[in-house]
Design a binder for this molecule. Structure first.
Ligand SMILES: *[C@@H]1O[C@H](CO)[C@@H](O)[C@H](O)[C@H]1NC(C)=O
Length: 233
């Protein structure tokens, strides 16, 4: 009897311990995302309130590469709306300067750059919007290894974007199970399918990689292949 009791006790303790670890790690990530919270930007309209975050996600520790992001929670019911990663193209175009601040984000830079104005057509009405400046060298994204800048092919870019995504979800674990979409335009016609393929392939190796709940990708004004893209223009 005593031994059965002690087994039960051990099992109980084990679960309490496990729970404690899980709760601690959730609290830790909530804390680290709170560091990234933007309370207010200079020139931001007083209303509506906008839940936004920004910061760096390390994508390669050895070389010291980090990508800069700006994230907006969906205007309403953000806990059940999809997560959408937006990439501008270029190569070399800033997703912050274009996608977020002049196209689909809720805050656009106003004429002559004197402030911000609310964009009532923003996609944040339908999705949680994650803008990332990719690859390193674009906007605020950087590398501490200058030679990286001469190695930037599509494969390199997809690998960093994948690591960005996985590490960002680590910091914002409450979005891990949301439907996830990748969207973008122009040269992102190369970035998106390449990133989607990497996610798709790695989702098949669950012991090696975390699952990313990818549902699809959306490309506009795409550059897939120069001759075909310009056939009607
Ligand atoms: C890059 O170098 C700076 C200065 O040493 C350091 O503070 C920063 O953490 C490094 N970035 C990464 C991603 O390792």
């Amino acid at each position: 009897m005593a031994s059965l009791n002690s087994i039960v006790l051990n099992v109980l303790l084990y679960f309490v311990f496990l729970e404690a670890i899980i709760i601690t790690s959730i609290i830790a990530s909530l804390n680290s995302q709170e560091y990234d919270r933007i309370k207010n930007l200079p020139g931001q309209p007083k209303s509506p309130p906008i839940s936004q975050f920004s910061g760096y996600i390390t994508v390669n520790e050895d070389h010291g590469r980090a990508l800069f992001y700006w994230f907006f929670e969906a205007q309403s019911e953000s806990t059940r709306k999809p997560l959408l990663l937006w990439l501008n193209g270029g190569p070399g175009c800033s997703s912050i300067g274009y996608g977020a601040a002049t196209e689909i984000g809720p805050l656009r830079v106003s004429k002559n750059g004197v402030g911000l104005e609310y964009n009532k057509h923003s996609w944040y009405k339908e999705a949680n919007l994650l803008f990332v400046e990719s690859p390193v060298g674009v906007g605020f994204s950087y590398t501490n290894t200058s030679s990286d800048l001469s190695q930037l092919n599509d494969e390199f870019v997809a690998e960093d974007a994948y690591n960005f995504l996985v590490n960002w979800l680590q910091r914002f674990p409450q979005f891990k199970n949301h439907d996830f979409f990748i969207a973008g335009e122009s040269y992102a016609g190369h970035y998106l399918p390449q990133l989607a393929e990497l996610v798709y392939d790695r989702n098949k190796l669950p012991t090696k990689y975390p699952n990313v709940n990818l549902k699809g990708f959306i490309v506009s004004m795409q550059h897939f292949y120069f001759k075909l893209d310009h056939i009607n223009s």
